[in-house]
Each structure stands twice: as structure tokens, then as C-alpha cells.
Ligand binder design. Structure first.
Ligand SMILES: [Fe+2]
Length: 111
């Protein structure tokens, strides 16, 4: 028998709507975590001063693109599961630990 799968089967089926909504909620949380990480990494890749900062800045600049890609993948999966990718008004910041330091030369804080 051919291994075909339609929307009537698996996670996309009508009888899996509750499970699907739960998964979409988890995906939205993961999506926001990636977005918030991007925000924190942008700040921490631009703010630091000092000769020791350059390596960290370059590393974070690469990470920003990676985390942005993760956010896009979560967004795509939300849509695949018939969810709606939320707008910015639904965002609530949670990453207290990724805030920039009060002194821009405090590269140890960023690390
Ligand atoms: Fe990520």
C-alpha cells in the first residue's frame, strides 16, 4: 500500500485539533524565545566596547542569523499546523538573564 498521508490523518486531522492547538501554543512560546534572543543578541553585539569585545561581537552577529532562522522555522510550523503566527502585541519579555550590562566594557557580563 502506498504511504500517502492527507490532512485527514495524523496531527492535521479534525480529531487531533486539541493536540494540535497545544503543540501550536508550545511553538508560539518557542517562537517568542527565539525572537527575544535575537533582540538580546543584537543589543549585546552592538553595545560592548573594548578590545576584548570584538570576538564576542562577531560570534553574536552569527548567532543572530541562526536564532532568526529558528524563529522562521517555528513560524512556518505554526502555520502548517493551522495556527496563526502572533503579532508583536502578544509578546512578553522573559529573558532577564540576557540583558545588556550597565557598563559597555563589561564583556564578561555578556559572555
Ligand atoms: Fe534558537
Amino acid at each position: 500500500m502506498a504511504a500517502t498521508r492527507s490532512a485527514a490523518q495524523g496531527i492535521l486531522s479534525d480529531d487531533k485539533a486539541d493536540v494540535r492547538m497545544h503543540v501550536v501554543d508550545l511553538l508560539k512560546k518557542a517562537y517568542w524565545m527565539e525572537i527575544e534572543t535575537v533582540m538580546s543578541y543584537i543589543a549585546n553585539s552592538v553595545n560592548p566596547d573594548g578590545v576584548r569585545a570584538q570576538e564576542i561581537i562577531e560570534s553574536l552577529q552569527e548567532d543572530i542569523q541562526e536564532e532568526l532562522g529558528h524563529a522562521q522555522q517555528f513560524a512556518a510550523r505554526i502555520k502548517e499546523l493551522y495556527g496563526v503566527v502572533p503579532g508583536s502585541l502578544d509578546f512578553t519579555a522573559e529573558q532577564t538573564y540576557l540583558q545588556p550590562p550597565s557598563h559597555q566594557s563589561d564583556i564578561v557580563h555578556v559572555i
